[in-house]
Write a protein that binds this ligand. Structure first.
Ligand SMILES: [Zn+2]
Ligand SMILES: [Zn+2]
Ligand SMILES: [Zn+2]
Ligand SMILES: [Zn+2]
Length: 430
């Protein structure tokens, strides 16, 4: 038997509705097609369209038709060289048949196209139509995940509940998380966000008040001098005048201890890379607090004693033990404060003696009486960095019945003495 070369063809199944998967399907198809060629003549490059009843159209292209096959018989060999097929979509959308790159996180058998997927704001998790998360508040289909501290992107909400981040529109919150993250100022008339937390320490619970306050409604208690940020107090705790001496000392040291605790904590978190700055107000700062809030002029040694008394009263709990350690640790600093106070006092006393001289030399009888009555209280030298032009402030005490005369009209007389000595003179209130 002569070996014949096959007729080489290409099958075009792009308009054929049935899907062929393996060689058996192809053999079957060919068996059905072959009879329609018998008795025909096929030429190179010829294109044929065969109608396959309701299954569509099959296209055939003859690549080569060897001469020996002038007329096709039932025995003519064929070889299919290639098959053109409709591109199949591996992943179909369960709604529309389009390509579906998303899988529903609630029902992994459902795939979605970009049109039929639901992705809520705040998290890329894809959902199919019937599995859209429900709003926690209204049970309606949700539109966003809350980024807040309570929900942490695990609770979904609908539009009515959406509160946007004040500056970054990519973040959304439910109402309760928003209020936690951006609390209202404790001043009940104020609508601002309370960005500052009250540092008053409750002496029973040993916890900071922490009430949120805005920049306008906080009272900054300058216990660390004019340069450093003082302790912040909310409207409830801002009235430091209502505190006793002991309470003032306690609040200043307890608030300081909370800050020191925060510095120690941050230092641990950063493996000691933050330079530890130990905070403790100077005795001079305490002195000014007493002058301002209670109009009491204590000596530095009095204040030092009050601090040491507090250390003895402190409890066994962890916080007060740390307060005690801070007080013990500040001992050297307090001693240095007192030495500085002594030398300032000496300087001040020298000015005071000169002032008494000036008063004694006055022609007025009353002025000469004042020279005998006036008392030295304190002296605060002008700091190097200050812009004041005088050498410092001399605080004096004087009986109230002589004050007006010493001060003079519009403060003229007192100022004249001050100018002569190149200092400011202040009369301490009782
Ligand atoms: Zn779709
Ligand atoms: Zn929330
Ligand atoms: Zn406010
Ligand atoms: Zn408070």
């Amino acid at each position: 038997m002569i070996k014949h070369n096959p007729i080489e063809i290409t099958l075009d199944l792009r308009e054929y509705k049935e899907t062929l998967t393996d060689s058996k399907d192809f053999l079957q198809l060919w068996k059905n097609l072959n009879p329609s060629f018998i008795g025909k003549k096929l030429l190179d490059g010829q294109n044929l369209k065969l109608r396959a009843r309701d299954k569509g159209v099959i296209g055939i292209t003859i690549i080569t038709s060897p001469k020996e096959h002038a007329i096709i018989t039932g025995n003519t060999p064929f070889a299919i060289y290639s098959v053109l097929e409709k591109p199949t979509k591996k992943h179909k959308c369960h709604v529309c048949d389009d390509y579906a790159p998303f899988i529903c996180v609630k029902d992994r058998t459902k795939r979605m196209c970009p049109v039929h997927v639901t992705i809520l704001d705040g998290n890329m998790r894809p959902y199919s139509r019937n599995n859209i998360p429900k709003c926690k508040g209204s049970n309606e289909p949700a539109t966003f995940w809350c980024d807040g501290p309570e929900c942490q992107q695990n609770v979904a909400w609908s539009e009515n509940y959406r509160k946007k981040h004040p500056t970054n529109p990519d973040y959304n919150y439910c109402k309760s998380c928003y209020d936690l993250k951006f609390p209202k100022c404790s001043d009940h008339r104020c609508q601002d966000t309370g960005v500052i937390k009250c540092e008053y320490v409750n002496p029973i619970t040993k916890k900071s008040c922490s009430s949120p306050v805005c920049n306008r409604h906080t009272k900054r208690w300058q216990v660390y001098g004019p340069k450093k940020r003082g302790l912040e107090l909310c409207p409830t705790h801002r009235n430091t005048r209502s505190l006793t001496d002991e309470e003032i000392i306690y609040q200043i040291i307890a608030g300081t201890e909370k800050r020191n605790g925060l510095i120690r904590y941050e230092n641990r978190m950063n493996r000691g890379r933050i330079e530890e700055t130990f905070l403790f107000p100077s005795l001079q700062s305490f002195k000014h607090i007493f002058l301002n809030t209670r109009k009491k002029a204590y000596r530095l040694s009095d204040i030092n004693q009050k601090i040491e008394k507090l250390a003895l009263r402190l409890g066994k709990d962890r916080f007060e033990q740390e307060m005690k350690r801070t007080i013990d640790y500040s001992q050297r600093k307090r001693a240095a404060n007192m030495r500085r106070g002594e030398s300032e006092k000496e300087k001040g006393q020298a000015y005071f003696e000169k002032l008494k001289q000036l008063l004694a030399n006055e022609r007025s009888m009353k002025m000469r009486q004042i020279a005998n009555l006036i008392e030295f209280s304190d002296f605060k030298p002008t700091r190097k960095e200050s812009t004041a032009t005088t050498e410092g402030i001399l605080f004096v005490k004087l009986d109230s019945s002589y004050r007006g005369f010493f001060i003079g009209r519009g403060g003229q007389t007192k100022k004249k003495f001050g100018d002569t000595l190149n200092i400011q003179i202040r009369i301490e209130k009782d």
